[in-house]
Design a protein around this ligand. Structure first.
Ligand SMILES: [Fe+2]
Ligand SMILES: [Fe+2]
Length: 236
């Protein structure tokens, strides 16, 4: 299956033309399915999502998405998910979806750091609740992966699951760019590939400890390539 993937479209109300331009090649049949790895809108407002959806529908492609932190900014995340599902987009939040023998497991994920730098649930209640959120998100992903029976299992998250694809961002930001807890789950379930966004100035490709390829498909990163790209194409 030829999959196109992009994250961090950050659609604003006046963005109809910009989004149309970015998605044009997809409308021409470049891929069989589109993955959207979160930060679909800038401030998580339903009117922003409306603009994005109007452009996505033109593509006539199956679409699988997760939300990102920006989509939570206005507290309207449930409404945004509903809008996506209403038009037939697979808006995953700890759920799985199968199509043509390929399985997709999606969750937003959370931050907390990588490897030895991973925050642990110790000390103040605020720290424990932060770490608890990171654990909850990895459990959501685990639940989704455990539902899949397909041989190929593609993971979609917003936050980075490994430090390698955050490389390029300021070191100080790493604890807020993602969490190793996400890649640990993927390794356990031997996922085929992982797509994420959020690290706008990260690195295109990395691998988990278990060797699973990880693709950072943040649009600003894709646009910084020569020539600029509007999405990443991967065959799974
Ligand atoms: Fe973003
Ligand atoms: Fe983000």
């Amino acid at each position: 299956m030829r999959i196109a993937a992009v994250a961090d479209l950050h659609c604003a109300v006046g963005d109809r033309e910009r989004i149309r331009e970015r998605l044009n090649a997809l409308a021409a049949g470049a891929a069989e399915l589109l993955l959207l790895a979160g930060d679909l809108t800038n401030y998580g407002r339903p009117e922003e999502m409306e603009v994005l959806i109007s452009q996505l529908l033109r593509l006539r492609l199956p679409i699988v998405s997760v939300l990102g932190n920006h989509d939570y900014e206005s507290g309207a995340e449930a409404e945004l998910q509903r809008m996506l599902r209403e038009v037939g987009i697979q808006a995953l939040d700890g759920e799985a979806y199968e199509r043509d023998g390929v399985g997709f497991a999606g969750a937003k994920g959370f931050c907390g750091g990588f490897g030895r730098g991973e925050l642990t649930a110790f000390g103040e209640a605020a720290i424990k609740s932060f770490v608890h959120t990171a654990m909850e998100e990895s459990l959501r992903l685990e639940r989704a992966l455990s539902q899949l029976r397909s041989e190929r299992r593609v993971v979609l998250v917003h936050y980075a699951p490994v430090a390698a694809t955050a490389e390029g961002e300021a070191r100080e930001l790493f604890p807020f760019l993602g969490s190793s807890r996400l890649s640990d789950v993927c390794d356990r379930f031997a996922a085929t590939a992982i797509f994420h966004g959020h690290a706008h100035h990260g690195t295109l490709e990395g691998r988990t400890r278990g060797g699973i390829p990880v693709y950072n498909v943040a649009l600003p990163l894709l646009q910084a390539q020569r020539p600029p790209q509007a999405f990443r194409l991967v065959e799974v």
